[in-house]
Write a protein that binds this ligand. Sequence first.
Ligand SMILES: Nc1ncnc2c1ncn2[C@@H]1O[C@H](COP(=O)(O)OP(=O)(O)O)[C@@H](O)[C@H]1O
Ligand SMILES: [Mg+2]
Length: 392
Amino acid sequence: MNWFPERHATPLVGRERELDMLRAGFDAARAGHSSLVLISGEPGIGKSRLIEAFAGELAESGALVLSARCDDADPPFAPFMLALRELARADPAELQRALLDSPSPDLKTLVAAGDDADPAAIAPRITLSGAEERARFFDAVVLVLTRLSESRPLVLFLDDLHLADEPSVHLLRHVVRVIGHSALLIAGIYRDTDLDPRHPLEAAIVDLYRERRATRLSMRRLELADLTELIAGLLDVPSNEVEIGLAQAIQAEAEGVPFFAEELVLHLREEGLLQHGPNGWRLAENAGPLIPQSVRSVVGHRLSHLEPRAVETLGVAAVIGTEFSFDLLRDVVERRSGVSRAEVQHDIEAALDRRLILERPPRQQVGRDAPYAFAHDQIRDVLYLNLGQIRR
Ligand SMILES: Nc1ncnc2c1ncn2[C@@H]1O[C@H](COP(=O)(O)OP(=O)(O)O)[C@@H](O)[C@H]1O
Ligand SMILES: [Mg+2]
């Protein structure tokens, strides 16, 4: 069970070292030594993709895999609640057992609220409550996780921790400190480039490293050979069908960041700037200077293929969040500019066609009614920045 898509056009390339570290963490957990692996890296380097691949491996292992992605718009403790609600859907009886005699009624309420209730309505009570209540809540989360990992290993993926709320960070640190001998692996993922030094995660990470409770995995940029394979995957040809010059040109711009490489290849293909020569795919003669200098302009350029109204619609979606539902988007767009339902539908289709957004299968919509997601955070960022402060 997991929220991971089978949406990738490309095979995973060049992440054996990283997968080995995760496998080692899992083996330790299986042997009863819980562990925390903290995966960090710049946007687009492939953090989420790595854990998707690892979760794919775990599918056969008999482990219980729960996952959540942090979003700065979410209420306190959302990542833990979202992960537990995933279990509430998949195996409610098991969750009930794990919650039996829970020391905190708050946890039960939050988890039981399931998909129907608005988490925002319930969650603040917990942060506002006193220290004792909060300690009970923390203990209750530890107890649930301990019980869930009794019969088989439990793996908890927490993506985009740099967007986590402070209470969640404190809870994470608490869990890691007290849960030493359980079959639990937590993989926490965050953007180190975007982490404000004052963000509570920064202090928590420093503590956990010092206490030797966390393993660090900092993601490297891709080598040329791996990048060539990625390009081949995108073009759906074998690697030897990609001319070295093309791979080098893309590497020069993307600097080993897979997201940039993908955007560049898509851009070149959309513009008809790739041609097949005697040694495979290569840049068209007139392509060189046309490669945009920054990814912001690549993304901007890809957006410019959409009708202006569709860009507006996506701009509204970008304000809603990294994930959004059709109904909410339609509601806001309709109110703002009187665009009809069919037109919003049309805009979404256009964005889906260009892989600017993705549709998530229902099982991935972990506890949120948000079937659409930006294909990458940076696409959302560009749209969001383009809006200007006042309209945002
Ligand atoms: N090792 C890899 N092999 C193939 N594609 C990759 C790899 N790493 C990342 N990608 C692709 O690059 C894009 C960005 O990766 P993502 O995991 O979203 O980055 P991050 O989470 O670090 O911001 C995605 O489309 C992903 O599929
Ligand atoms: Mg990511």
